[in-house]
Write a protein that binds this ligand. Structure first.
Ligand SMILES: [Zn+2]
Length: 287
C-alpha cells in the first residue's frame, strides 16, 4: 500500500472549521502506529503549471492569490494556492503509482471535488481528481471513470468532466445536502445517485453497489476515486448511516475491479476518520 502525503498540508487552519489539520495528523498517527498494513510513503509530484489550465481558468488561478475569502465555507489562507497545488501534485503521484500497478491513496488537504473550473467552494480550491483524470486522458488512458462516494455531490468534478470524451463520473451522495446539485444525470457521461438523509445502511450500500456495476459497464481502463468519509453514521456534516465496515467493503469493490485504481481523500469530519480511512485501505489491499 502506498500513501501519498506531505505534512505541510497541515500548515493552514481556521479555528472551528471542520476541514482541519487533525484530519491528516490523526490519520498519520494511526497509520504509523499500526503494523497490519505495510505502507510505502510517497510525496506529491511536481508538475507544470499548464496542467492546471486543463481543469481551471487562468482567472481562477489568479484569484487564489487574492487575499479575500471565496465563500463562507472556503476562507482565503496565505499560501492556499501552493497548498492546493500540492494536493493536485499528490493526485498526479497517485495516478502514476496506480499505473505502475500499486495500490495507492492520497492523504492530503485541501480536498477538491467541489472546485469548479472558475471557482473555489466547499473547502475546495483546485479540483485534484479532475486534474489527474485530464492528465491521464492526455497521456494515453482511453476511458477513465471517477467514482465519488463523498456524501456531498462532486459538483466541481462533474462540471469539469461533463461531456469530456473518455471521462465518466459516478457520484453517490445525500440529497438534500450541500451543494444541492446532483439530483439527476447530466450530459452523456455524468451519473448521479442521490440518497435521502438517514437512508438505512443496507440500502445505502445497495446504491453504492449499483453505481459500481454501472461504472463497470463503461469498461474503464482506469478508476479514480473521490474518497470522502462523511456518509459515516457519526459525521457531523451529513445525516447518513455508513460504518467503518462499509468503507472496508468499498475498498474491496475497487480491488476486485482488477484494473488500476487511485483514491484521493475528499471529506470526512468525524473524529473516527483515521479508523474509516484505515478500513478502506485494508479493503483496497485485501487485508
Ligand atoms: Zn463531503
Amino acid at each position: 500500500m502506498k500513501v501519498i502525503t506531505d505534512e505541510k498540508c497541515t500548515g493552514y487552519a481556521q479555528p472551528g472549521h471542520p476541514e482541519r489539520p487533525a484530519r491528516i495528523t490523526k490519520t498519520l498517527e494511526k497509520l504509523r502506529a499500526q503494523t497490519e498494513l505495510p505502507i510505502a510513503w510517497g510525496k506529491p509530484a511536481a508538475f507544470d503549471e499548464a496542467l492546471l489550465l486543463r481543469a481551471h481558468t487562468g482567472e481562477h488561478l489568479a484569484r487564489l492569490e487574492k487575499p479575500e475569502d471565496f465563500d463562507a465555507d472556503s476562507p482565503f489562507f496565505p499560501g492556499i494556492g501552493a497548498h492546493a497545488r500540492a494536493s493536485v501534485g499528490a493526485a498526479l503521484e497517485a495516478l502514476k503509482a496506480a499505473r505502475a500497478g500499486e495500490t495507492v491513496f492520497s492523504l492530503m488537504r485541501p480536498p477538491g471535488h467541489h472546485a469548479t473550473r472558475t471557482r473555489a467552494m466547499g473547502f475546495c480550491y483546485l479540483n485534484n481528481i479532475a486534474s489527474a483524470v485530464l492528465e491521464a486522458l492526455a497521456t494515453g488512458a482511453k476511458r477513465v471513470a471517477v467514482y465519488d462516494f463523498d456524501v456531498h455531490h462532486g459538483n466541481g468534478t462533474e462540471a469539469i468532466l461533463l461531456d469530456k470524451t473518455g471521462a465518466s463520473f459516478f457520484s453517490i451522495h445525500q440529497h438534500p445536502c450541500y451543494p444541492g446539485t446532483g439530483t439527476r444525470n447530466v450530459g452523456d457521461n455524468c451519473f448521479n445517485y442521490p440518497v435521502p438523509p438517514q437512508t438505512p445502511r443496507g440500502e445505502y450500500r445497495h446504491v453504492l453497489a449499483s453505481a459500481v456495476e454501472h461504472l463497470q459497464k463503461v469498461n474503464p481502463d482506469l478508476v479514480a476515486v473521490s474518497a470522502g468519509f462523511d456518509a459515516y453514521a457519526h459525521d457531523p456534516l451529513a445525516q447518513e448511516t455508513l460504518e467503518a465496515e462499509d468503507y472496508y467493503w468499498l475498498g474491496q469493490q475497487f480491488r476486485s475491479l482488477g484494473i488500476p485504481v487511485f483514491s484521493l481523500l475528499e471529506g470526512g469530519y468525524s473524529d473516527d476518520l483515521p479508523q474509516l480511512i484505515f478500513a478502506y485501505l485494508r479493503g483496497l489491499e485485501g487485508k
